[in-house]
Design a binder for this molecule. Structure first.
Ligand code: AIR
Length: 179
């Protein structure tokens, strides 16, 4: 039964990939409590029309789920991985250690140290395994999505066009004077 379900979901993933709708960006988060912040990444990818998949995967609490995901990620058609976690945030670094896909880390704020703990855990990677680290919290999640879009735009002119439109709309939305 479980094997049949796995087979069906593999076939569905294959069909989506052929139809060009397979998720290109994975949004990982260490806890469902991170979704409030990481939703900014998903919303931004939606605006840019980039298919994505959000998953709760903890390097500490669900290590086997993590390993399975990261080992299959490239074959499943993901091109960029965004990883958001708080506190002792090892998710982005451990993910980067298991894949050649670009990994963008988002430190989640809150907790006793206000996100500085997650920022340092994410940004202070030893030389050899890179994680592109963004700002703490929602701005970081949004920018991780824009960074992912910029990576995809190198080989996808439709994404590049939508990124240009996004920048233009953003500029137009800034008033010349405070209201
Ligand atoms: N976390 C979960 N597993 C490993 C880590 N570092 C992080 C989550 C979340 C924080 O721990 O990313 O930001 C607190 O999780 P929770 O589930 O207690 O709210």
């Amino acid at each position: 039964m479980a094997a049949a379900r796995r087979e069906t979901s593999r076939q569905t993933a294959g069909a989506k990939r052929r139809a060009g709708r397979a998720p290109k960006v994975a949004i990982l988060m260490g806890s469902a409590s991170d979704w409030e912040v990481m939703k900014s990444a998903a919303d931004t990818l939606d605006v840019l029309g980039i298919p994505h998949e959000a998953l709760v995967i903890s390097a500490h609490r669900t290590p086997e789920r993590h390993l399975k995901f990261v080992r299959e990620a490239e074959d499943r058609g993901f091109e960029v991985i965004i990883a958001g976690a708080g506190m002792a945030a090892h998710l982005a670094g451990v993910t980067a250690s298991q894949t050649l896909l670009p990994v963008l880390g988002v430190p989640i704020g809150g907790g006793a140290l206000g996100g500085i703990d997650a920022l340092l855990a994410t940004v202070q990677m030893p030389g050899g395994i890179p994680v592109g680290t963004l700002a703490i919290g929602r701005a970081g999640a949004k920018n991780a999505a824009l960074f992912a879009a910029a990576i995809l735009a190198r080989s996808d002119s439709a994404v590049r066009d939508r990124l240009v439109q996004f920048r233009e709309a953003q500029t137009d939305a800034v008033p010349e004077r405070p209201v």
